[in-house]
Design a protein around this ligand. Structure first.
Ligand code: ADP
Length: 398
């Protein structure tokens, strides 16, 4: 069974063709600058060099056509015929309260994704464009939507309702939703496998740390709290997003700028590591400059580590215990310095960090000391695999 996993943004499209017999990746690629000058497709068949094609790609329909062409190419493709494809799995950013699990896509599902566009005005329309383009190209191919928010739908109201008048929740559905759900789900379950214990009996804090970051409390395999909220700027400091700020700060910015769009840009694009350091949103640059004595870079780094550590402590308290802390995504998988600085204050919780096990990059590892009551793990995320598995399960074997 072969499944095409698609992640469509407004101007980009990532894809991965998976063979579900052994869950291997047959080919993957990226279409960039859709609708913008300089568009191109980069395609890699597993084991071969990347092939890049610069060509006009005005919309998602053309992007999908190029992806299918690349997959069928006799030299660097991975399919002889499109009939070998069993299904497409789409990443969809926001499912609101409508979608608590992955679903097979039909007209009602498309309507549902449209209904929550106001909650993700940049992402859901792009996801829908990808879904429609794929359905136009291959109308008989079953497709599945896997939502970034779905895993977090098990949070209890005390964790997801904000302390503002309740009618904003009742009428406008203003609440905590959380994001990166597919990643938190994957690494929590994988951590349980690595530890050889049923996920149902574990209290885990998963730290998905990339350009966007969120921390999640997973109790018994289910999300009970997460740091991102209605939108993607709440929680820990991020590349260009602010993380938690006092509502008074938002009011101050509104008074200063007098334009919600400008304030939104400040909070989403000019804050975080970028805003504090004044020169970069990339943690590699921040670490490098901090090492050379740049105080603002050091402050940005310290704020990030401190914020993550506070979430780990508060989620341990929220769950009434802690069995494992998991680091994942670009920063979590690669920055040994950040893992060290976050973990070194956690001994009081029974999480004893071992620096000698921490020099790992992008692979599964335990970085807690032998005998540590709480395990500290690095688990590379694999959202595509979750999407492919859910798609397989929902369309059945063919
Ligand atoms: P996205 O949220 O866009 O998917 P990623 O998960 O790819 O982002 O993470 C990007 C972040 O990972 C960047 O801040 C980058 O600096 C960081 N990162 C990648 N490699 C390293 C490294 N070796 N050391 C420190 N940070 C790293």
């Amino acid at each position: 069974m072969k499944i095409l996993v698609l992640n469509c943004g407004s101007s980009s499209l990532k894809y991965q063709l998976m063979n579900m017999q052994d869950e291997s990746v047959l080919a993957k690629g990226l279409v960039e600058r859709i609708g913008i000058a300089g568009s191109r497709i980069k395609h890699v068949r597993t084991g071969l060099d990347a092939v890049v094609r610069d060509t006009d790609i005005p919309n998602h329909k053309v992007a999908i056509k190029l992806v299918l062409e690349a997959l069928l190419d006799p030299n660097h493709g991975a399919l002889r015929d499109l009939s070998e494809l069993s299904a497409a799995g789409h990443r969809v950013v926001h499912g609101g309260e409508l979608f608590t699990t992955s679903v097979r896509i039909d007209a009602d599902v498309i309507k549902g994704i449209e209904e929550v566009i106001h909650l993700a005005p940049l992402h859901n329309p792009a996801n829908l464009q990808g879904i429609r383009a794929m359905m136009d190209a291959l109308p008989d191919l079953p497709s599945v939507a896997v939502f970034d928010t779905a895993f977090h739908q098990t949070m209890p109201p005390r964790a997801f309702v904000y302390g503002i008048p309740y009618h904003y929740y009742e009428k406008d559905r203003v609440r905590r939703y959380g994001f990166h759900g597919t990643s938190h789900f994957y690494v929590a379950h994988r951590a349980a496998e690595i530890l050889g214990r049923p996920v149902g009996e574990l209290k885990i804090v998963t730290c998905h740390l990339g350009n966007g970051s969120s921390v999640t409390a997973v109790n018994g395999g289910k999300c009970v709290d997460t740091s991102m909220g209605l939108g993607t700027a709440e929680g820990v400091l991020m590349g260009t997003r602010s993380g938690n700020v006092d509502p008074s700060v938002m009011l101050f910015l509104m008074e200063q700028e007098n334009d919600p769009k400008v304030v939104s840009h400040i909070v989403h694009k000019e804050s975080g590591l970028q805003g504090i350091s004044g020169f970069s949103s990339d943690l590699r640059d921040i670490e490098e400059e901090a090492e050379k004595g740049n105080e603002r870079a050091q402050l940005a780094f310290d704020m990030l580590c401190y914020g993550i550590r506070k979430y780990i402590g508060s989620y341990a308290a929220a769950m009434g215990g802690l069995d494992a802390v998991v680091f994942t995504a670009g920063i979590g998988e690669n920055s040994s310095l950040l893992r060290e600085k976050v973990s070194e204050g956690l001994g009081f919780l029974g999480a004893h960090f071992d620096p000698s096990r921490n020099q790992v990059r992008g692979k599964e590892a335990e970085i807690s000391a032998p005998g540590s009551k709480v395990k500290i793990l690095v688990v590379p995320t694999n959202e595509e695999l979750v999407i492919a598995r859910d798609t397989r399960d929902l369309v059945g074997k063919r």
